[in-house]
Design a protein around this ligand. Structure first.
Ligand SMILES: Nc1nc2c(ncn2[C@@H]2O[C@H](COP(=O)(O)OP(=O)(O)O)[C@@H](O)[C@H]2O)c(=O)[nH]1
Ligand SMILES: [Mg+2]
Length: 219
């Protein structure tokens, strides 16, 4: 019985994710879902991405948090449009919440939507939002064993950002080992090593995402 109820939740989410995908397809909008554990650097990475893309890019950010609007305020200070979703305790965003946010946005003025999911290495991977691209961040401060402990997010993501490489000398993080584990789980994953603190490695991410977003939406 319990299993049926759970499947119902996932099925309902999939249906609304499909509606989101259709709506975004009609509007020609590319949507990226950014996931990680708390503090891995999602907001810092979004700020670096906004900074790296041409100024006239039509980008909006959806900020998912359990409570508060600290991150949407950080984004709004850059001049980019930011909309906050508070999940009120839930550890992930659901397609329905994103749908509500999309209804509030003027989609005719947007080409690229970045979603900052709630900081959690487990639940966000289970809920599709209607995104075109799933990006996860692992910071070297979290340890190189995370792919083995939290495999779903690593297998479900199209891109793995390894952040905080400036801290590598202070950690025992084994980059080669971590990457070989991830490549076995998800051979198609794109991996970028970078530091949102120093800006090291950001340029190759920027040129990759520019090629990925269709048309000339982000220069
Ligand atoms: N040393 C270092 N700190 C970073 C880096 N990126 C983010 N941080 C710091 O990590 C903390 C969490 O970053 P934040 O972007 O808020 O992470 P989020 O919770 O995933 O959105 C902040 O204090 C950031 O300044 C990095 O590349 N290197
Ligand atoms: Mg954040």
């Amino acid at each position: 019985m319990e299993v049926e109820v759970l499947e119902g939740v996932f099925d309902a989410n999939e249906i609304i994710a499909g509606e989101n995908r259709k709506l975004l397809g009609e509007k020609g909008i590319f949507m990226m879902n950014l996931m990680s554990g708390p503090g891995a650097g999602k907001t810092s990475f979004i700020l670096r991405t906004l900074e790296g893309l041409p100024e006239n890019s039509r980008i909006a950010v959806i900020e998912g948090d359990i409570t508060g609007k600290i991150d949407s305020e950080r984004i709004a200070r850059t001049g980019a449009g930011a909309i906050q979703i508070n999940t009120g305790g839930s550890c992930h965003l659901e397609a329905k919440q994103v749908n509500t946010a999309l209804q509030k946005m003027n989609l005719d003025t947007i080409d690229f939507i970045i979603i900052e999911n709630v900081g959690n290495l487990v639940c966000p991977a289970e809920f599709k939002l209607g995104e075109d691209l799933r990006v996860m961040i692992l910071s070297v401060a979290e340890g190189d064993d995370k792919p083995l402990k939290y495999p779903l997010m690593f297998t479900e993501s199209d891109v793995l950002i390894v952040n905080k490489t400036d801290l590598l000398p202070n950690t025992d993080f084994d980059m080669a080992k971590m990457k070989s584990v991830v490549m076995k789980m998800n051979p198609d994953v794109e991996i970028f090593e970078l530091s949102c603190r120093t800006g090291d490695g950001i340029a190759s991410w920027i040129s990759w995402i520019k090629r990925k977003v269709p048309g000339d939406a982000v220069g």
